[in-house]
Design a protein around this ligand. Structure first.
Ligand code: E4P
Length: 214
């Protein structure tokens, strides 16, 4: 499973990259808005930190505008992936941009038929938003095995990018259900690395050893 960081914060991206576990980054307009930096400059900086795919989202809601924004964003770096909303105009833009070799991440996917259309449009990634479904009383994770089965039935190579993950268990469940990628906020990434028994055990090993050496 690939680990993407769901943030536009350069410090967090650097920290995950330095650990050697970062496969890519996803941003969205809300995450970018927190950083107080020019959008294209920020995307360029992120692409300098990681050579993995970096998703940058368009703001247009009609096909022509999406394609124009996408082509401009694609020029920032080779690893830029264009994020398009899963609406009819977004799918149309996806087909046009795929024909021009642009990598696409279809975002805001909430149901299996959207995921099927995303794969048929040739997107590189399909991003089901699991946490936002949980927020309205659904079990968002149910989507992953359904999409996995659909994609496997027809040999679609669109990657399932589990998004809107809110806690480490989401990552485990997405991995068990066969998601190709998990994109997570930095706090979830940090929590995945820790367990109190690891810290207690390590402290005990070191103190036992030191006592015996006296
Ligand atoms: C994914 O690409 C999105 O940026 C993200 O996962 C949204 O997460 P949220 O629902 O926690 O805002």
């Amino acid at each position: 499973m690939k680990f993407f960081l769901d943030t536009a914060n350069l410090e967090q991206i650097r920290a995950a990259h330095d650990m050697g576990l970062l496969d890519g980054v996803t941003t969205n307009p809300s995450l970018v808005a927190r950083e107080n930096m020019d959008f294209k400059t920020l995307v360029g900086e992120i692409c300098r930190i990681t050579s993995g795919p970096v998703s940058a989202e368009v703001l247009s809601t009609e096909t022509a505008g999406m394609v124009e924004e996408a082509l401009a964003l694609s020029k920032i770096a080779e690893n830029v992936v264009i994020k398009l909303p899963t609406i009819p105009d977004g799918l149309k833009a996806c087909v046009q941009l795929r024909e021009r070799g642009v990598a696409i991440n279809m975002t805001l996917c909430f149901q299996p038929n959207q995921a099927l259309c995303i794969a048929k449009a040739g997107a590189t990634y399909c991003s089901p938003f699991l946490g936002r479904l949980d927020d309205i009383g659904h079990d968002g994770m149910d989507l992953i095995p359904i999409i996995r089965q659909i994609y496997d039935n027809y040999g679609f190579d669109t990657q399932i990018l589990a998004a809107s993950l809110r806690h480490p268990l989401h990552v485990v469940q997405a991995a068990m259900a066969g998601a190709d990628v998990a994109t997570m906020p930095y706090n979830v990434f940090e929590k995945m690395l820790n367990h109190p028994l690891t810290d207690i055990g390590l402290e005990r090993f070191i103190s036992d050893f030191k006592k015996a050496q006296k």
